[in-house]
Design a protein around this ligand. Structure first.
Ligand SMILES: [Zn+2]
Length: 176
């Protein structure tokens, strides 16, 4: 491997260690040209199998792009999106499989996204689960509400409102 300091074309492995329960190997390398040392990490490529059967390498950036899109206009910052993508990747890697179907990646995003922002979650779920009627939204919103009232009665969303903000119009219409 090329030296990241002086760009010399080769380097020597001086130490190899398994990490994270054997899921990856860290190698300490030394450059014969400048003498500096650096670390590399080797891990199996996690493949995502698309519906078409085509596989592509798992990409945290792709998850972030999808989540960022769902979070447009929402009070969710880039750090939160990065953290969510990291959680999703860790959850999927923890399964210890070489390949994961793309729809399972989507499923793994839903839970953390719901905790992050319910509106973004609804947007993502509507595309991902192909909502095709208001009934689909109503069921999902009802599920969110019943969980919200179980877990946290003080939530703002649980208070009656006549708000017609575009983001809450659907939720407001469903309120009892
Ligand atoms: Zn070097």
């Amino acid at each position: 491997m090329r030296c990241p300091y002086c760009r010399h074309a080769d380097s020597r492995v001086v130490d190899s260690r398994e990490a994270e329960d054997g899921a990856l190997i860290r190698r300490r390398r030394a450059c014969p040209e400048c003498g500096r040392r650096f670390t590399t990490v080797e891990e199996a490529v996690l493949a995502v199998v698309k519906r078409s059967g085509v596989t592509e390498p798992f990409s945290r950036l792709k998850i972030m792009a999808g989540v960022r899109k769902a979070c447009q206009g929402r009070p969710v910052d880039e750090d939160a999106i990065a953290l969510l993508a990291q959680r999703v990747e860790e959850a999927i890697r923890a399964r210890g499989v070489a390949e994961v179907p793309s729809h399972e990646v989507g499923l793994a995003i839903l839970g953390p996204l719901r905790e992050l922002d319910e509106v973004a979650y609804l947007r993502f779920a509507s595309v991902y689960r192909s909502f095709d009627s208001l009934g689909d939204f109503e069921r999902e919103i009802a599920a969110l509400r019943s969980e919200a009232s179980r877990s946290d009665v003080d939530r703002a969303e649980a208070k009656p409102t006549n708000g017609r903000h575009p983001d809450t119009a659907a939720a407001g219409a469903n309120q009892t």
